[in-house]
Structure formats: C-alpha cells, structure tokens
Design a protein around this ligand. Sequence first.
Ligand code: GLU
Length: 400
Amino acid sequence: MSAPLVFHPSANIAELRESATIAVSQRARALKAQGREVIDLGAGEPDFDTPAPIRDAAKVALDKGATRYTAVEGIPPLREAIAAEANAHWQGEGRYAAGDVVVSNGSKQSLYNACVVCFGPGDEVLVPTPSWTSYYEMVTLARATVVEVRGDPSRGWKVDVEMLARHATPRTRGLMLNSPSNPTGSVYSPAELKAILDLAAARGWWVISDEIYVRIAYDGPAVGALDVAERRDNLIIVNGVAKAYAMTGWRIGWTLSPAPVAKAMNAFQSHTTSNAATVSQHAALAALTLGAPVESAVTAMVAEFKKRRDAALPILRSSKALTVLDPAGAFYFYLKVPGAGHDAGAAFCTQLLEEHGVAIVPGSAFRTPEWVRISYAASEAQVVEACRRVAALADRMAGG
Ligand code: GLU
C-alpha cells in the first residue's frame, strides 16, 4: 500500500491566512464551551434579533414554497428593490435597473465576485490601510497585487487623493473603499469621498465601494458613492442586509455595477454557489420594502449602538496608555495599545483574552499591528465592562 497522501496547500492558497475576525470569535466560543466566562467583542455581529416583520415574511415565503433554486443573480423583486434604493441616491445619467444587480450569499461573496472579475495577474489594487482583513486576501486570491495606502491616524486613518496618487502606477487597476470603515469607525465626508471618486474616474480605476455600514452613522447620515459620484461606469457598490437589519446569518449581499460587470459576476457565481438561499432573499426583500415597521427597528438599533459608544468611549479615553479614534459610524473602537514589539496588538489581545476574559481583534488583521479593534455590537453592560478591563490592562502595562 502506498503512503498516505500528504497535503501540501496549492499555490492558490499558499499565502492565505485565516480570517482573524472569525478566528477570534471561534476561540471565544471554544473557551465558553470549556466553561470560561468570556465577553466576545471580536466579530462585528449585531446582537439584536432580526426584526419580527422580516422573520414573519420569511415564514410566509417558506409556506408559499420559497424552497427551490432561483436565478443565480436573485429574485426579480429583490433586484428591483435594490435598484430602486440606488436610484434614490444616484442623480446622474443612467438609472439603475435589476440587470445591474447580482444578489449573493453576503457582501463578502459580492466583494470577492467583484475582485475576481475586475482584477487579475499584473494588476495593482490600492487598499486604504487599515482595512477589513478580507480585502487583502480577496485581492490576493484574485492574483492581483495589494498596494497598501496607509491613512493618517490623526484623521481617523482616512486616506486622501494625494496619498492614493502617490501609490498609483500604470498598473493600478482599482481601489477598495469602505465608509463607514471597518475597523476604524471613520466616516468620509461628502467632499472627501467625492475627491477620491473624481480621482478614480479620471484615472480609469475600478472602485469597489463597500457600503455595508452606511446606515450605521452617528453624526447624520453617511454618504455613499452614489450620493456624490459624477459617473457610475467605474463603480461597483457592495451592500447587504447583515449589519443594518441584524441579519448576519441570513447571508444576503449584493452588487450594483455596470451591466457587463454584473454579467461576468453572474457567470462566476453560477459556478461557485449559484443563487443565495431562496428564503433569505425573501427576507431581504421584506427588509427593503416593508417600510415603517422595519425602519423603526433599524433606527432603534442604531440609537442603541450610539448609546453603547457614548457609554464606553469615556472609559477607554480615561486611560492615558491608549490612543482611541473617534468612531462616527459602524460599531468598532480602534485603539493603539501599549507594548513593545511589532505585534504589540496581538500580545495585548492574547493577554486580555486569557487573563481577563475579553475577546477583541488584533490590528495585525488590518495591517496596523500596534492597534486593536473592539466591536461594540454587544450589550451595553458587556461593552462597558470589557472596556474597563481594556483600560485597566493598558494602564498596568504602561505603568511597568
Ligand atoms: N465583517 C465582520 C467583522 O469584521 C464579521 C466577520 C467577518 O466576516 O470578518 O468582524
């Protein structure tokens, strides 16, 4: 008999690192299963239940037979609702239509679809840094090259046109954007966003604009690319129901893009997953179209996130050993922690979890290893208690 086959990862994934945001919560879950008390502020997942009218609509859809395949790109009424919502923001030429929309199993899949069809070997993609961990891996899986563009920490780590232009080469093919931002919570102003979109349009870059947190903003509504862009032929807007409607487990995301890009993503998705879960598409349709009963739930959830932010931020700020950004959107605190060495954030997170029972994500996941991310999508009591432990550990480390 021949020797057992030894697994050597293929060249496709030789460099791949597991998602740190997911890994942190898995570790927290494992510790809880062993009986440890852990406050999990790792993965960014709203702790609310999906609003009841959405759940009810899904039950009705199931009873009406929403149990079979749909078109790969999704059910027509959902795609029409997504296009209609986009048209409420897009005032330029060319209305959006269902043919510009591809529904997928979560905005993560939509981002990956977009990277694969727009970028390839030899292309460079500008990634404002810090950015959500999966952008770096998705661009790499598309066999393109990540070009990190480090933002300005004194401006919430945001990038501007000069920084982007400085990193551009003739091989630059696109740009990842995310406002409100994961992990920083920063929100680009209309003028900042427009300047970046103008640059991208002038240079002929694809812009993949991840707007999954656009409804979660605390100083007035956040703008999306369609609110300020002059043209839309280079824009791929990514969104979904997970964060704003507390629908993470339903797995519904989508892209709005020029129709040829949609067609390519559709062809790609037809080989990877086919359609997103049928019942989940009906739930997403309810989220987008039921109006007042759902909207009031979204408003209440955003108000609750703000309350938690306002309760916990002064606790973090009370520690002189921490540098804490002002989060204006999403549900993350991003902070620089004390400690020597280039992976100080990871060391801090390990100590915080193992000795103080709080799970948060090291900034190395977002390519800023001296920082850490705290998700405040948990109860106010948990967030406040966890931030007390973070501040206390930071003070102790800085003190000696
Ligand atoms: N996007 C969320 C986060 O950053 C959920 C987990 C993930 O998909 O990365 O925590």
